[in-house]
Design a protein around this ligand. Structure first.
Ligand code: ATP
Ligand code: MN
Length: 535
């Protein structure tokens, strides 16, 4: 079929309620095959030898948190947790940028997509996305939930995304920091994105919106976590900051995948917000991550990757563009994903941390106080990566393992989390997917096969009857044995050649936890503080 014929299929729907006009074409809800054709014709991307579409995101290869704004108005003035994460912008500036964007897209072809966020009908949000790039529209097809044909015909929009990477704001008059921005207007129900082509801004923008609506309006806990479910219906969730293993560890051949990044927890179930996964692909191998590897076929998009010379084979080791190379695909690309993406109350909760100091045990069990303390702390570490010379890893604390996406004060989410933990008998585990045998530079990253074995053991109840001992600083309970994991891997101290150096590092990390927690002193009860490190 020629592109001309595709164009004639454009449905006679209207964008006039949004004030959008264009002299060019509007393509409504194109299928992936059509979007791939458009993307290639528009020179937005190329095909890989597995049939995936490959595109570059331009100057931005990650989100730009410093350029993420929320409109400060009647609705948000007293409800938002304002600061470095939720940066206020005036209503009038939003209106100004909105009208500039409408003007900008007037002579552009537009790709429009209607989609849902939230697999639970009661809480789902109807989204209309307006893109200037075909591959972005396909990203939204992959990442949001896909309405049926009938549902599309009667679709009524609740929240609009307008994403025009080539539109740049003028910081001198628009109230932005730079030319790029993502602005959420919760009253007008619009998310504006310009100056960046990093597609993740769209999905994490809607995540932030749901993180406002669900706890604020419905007392549903929204969570930055992945989730899967066993054959007996026992579900598990995995909280963790970027790179700690949510996507990797939730893909488990023995458990149904619910979702890899964003979920809600209501009275009786957990549910995915999304319809797809967004996996890191740096150094991806089929051997270590077969489910993700096999998902990268027609329908998937790979971002910022490069080919092996003279081939169309993706070289996953190539870091030329960024370390944050990604793939997005509809969740059905994972063979054991379940639909609808819902399950009962979790039996096990995992907090994933990539501790670059080699201090946190690879697996430990938390009591209720420790669970609250670690949930509010949201610890992981960042490594400097490719920098030359001695590199010092840095601690990162991000409340609820996702502060960057939380419009409300973290204690709102923590309170809901605490209530749910109290009410249901949940096991909470802390997993270090980071370093062992010493800090970054000395030790090495925990073997993925061991982390998987530890999680499997916890899920199967194989750690219910082993003996535990307490960590000297963090007080968490470390199992003394675990199937398919060498005993000496379980005790981080035993993996260090210099035990005193370990003790010193553990106290240093404990001190950082305590310092970080000072900002919650108003909220911290004795019960929660009982979960703090002690030394
Ligand atoms: P984001 O929020 O950015 O999507 P994420 O939590 O989903 O991040 P993953 O995409 O799962 O993070 O990334 C974890 C990365 O770390 C993968 O590239 C994985 O191969 C690698 N890795 C190495 N060792 C381990 C381990 N022991 N456990 C988990 N992941 C590991
Ligand atoms: Mn992920």
């Amino acid at each position: 079929m020629s592109t001309q014929e595709l164009e004639s299929q454009a449905m006679p729907k209207s964008l006039s309620d949004l004030g959008i006009e264009t002299s060019k074409k509007v393509f409504w809800n194109l299928q992936p095959a059509e979007l791939v054709e458009h993307a290639i014709k528009n020179q937005e991307g190329v095909l890989t030898d597995t049939g995936a579409l490959m595109a570059d995101t331009g100057a931005f290869t990650g989100r730009s948190p410093k350029d993420r704004f929320i409109v400060k108005d009647e609705l948000t003035r007293d409800s938002i947790w304002w600061g470095d994460i939720n940066i206020p912008i005036e209503e009038q500036k939003f209106d100004q940028i909105y009208s500039k964007m409408l003007d900008f897209i007037k002579d552009k072809d537009l790709y429009v997509r209607d989609a849902y966020a939230g697999a639970d009908q009661k809480y789902r949000l109807n989204i209309r996305v307006i893109n200037t790039l075909a591959w972005h529209n396909m990203f939204c097809y992959n990442m949001f939930l896909r309405p049926s044909k009938d549902e599309l015909e009667n679709f009524s929009n609740e929240f609009t995304i307008i994403c025009a990477p080539d539109f740049k704001s003028d910081p001198s008059e628009d109230g932005t920091r730079q030319e790029n921005f993502a602005i959420i207007n919760l009253s007008k129900k619009i998310l504006l994105i310009g100056g960046t082509a990093y597609a993740g801004e769209m999905k994490k923008g809607i995540f932030s919106v749901l993180n406002f609506i669900l706890p604020h309006k419905h007392s549903v806990l929204s969570m930055h976590c992945s989730a899967n479910v066993g054959k007996n219906g026992d579900s598990a969730i995995f909280f963790g900051l970027s790179g700690t293993g949510k996507t990797t560890l939730s893909a488990d051949p023995n458990r149904g995948l619910i979702g890899d990044d964003e979920h809600g927890w209501n009275e009786e179930s957990i549910f995915n917000f999304e319809g797809g996964c967004y996996a890191k692909v740096i150094d991806l191998t089929r051997e270590k991550e077969p489910e993700i590897w096999d998902a990268i076929r027609f329908g998937a998009i790979v971002e910022n990757t490069r080919f092996l010379p003279n081939t169309r084979t993706v070289d996953y080791t190539n870091k030329e563009v960024t370390e944050n190379t990604r793939t997005s695909y509809p969740i059905e690309h994972i063979f054991n994903a379940i639909t609808p993406s819902k399950a009962g109350i979790p039996k096990n909760i995992f907090f994933l941390t990539a501790d670059a100091f080699g201090v946190i045990p690879p697996i430990s069990k938390l009591n209720k106080s420790q669970a609250m303390y670690h949930f509010i702390s949201g610890y992981t570490a960042k490594v400097a990566g490719t920098e030359v010379g001695v590199v010092e890893p840095k601690t990162t604390f991000s409340a609820c393992f996702g502060a960057a996406f939380l419009p409300l004060h973290p204690t709102k989410y923590a309170a809901l989390f605490g209530e749910k933990m109290e009410k249901h008998q949940v096991n909470v585990w802390l997993i270090n997917t980071g370093w062992t045998g010493g800090p970054y530079g000395v030790g090495k990253r925990m073997k993925l096969a061991y982390t998987r074995a530890m999680i499997t053991a916890a899920l199967n109840g194989e750690l219910d009857h082993v003996s535990y001992r307490q960590h000297s600083v963090f007080g968490v309970s470390i199992p003394e044995s675990c199937p398919n994991v060498p005993v000496d891997v379980l005790s981080p101290r035993a993996t260090w050649s210099d035990r005193e150096a370990y003790d010193k590092k553990a106290r240093e990390l404990g001190t950082e936890f305590i310092k970080n927690f000072e900002k919650y002193s108003d909220y911290a009860t004795e019960d929660i503080l009982a979960g703090a490190p002690k030394f």
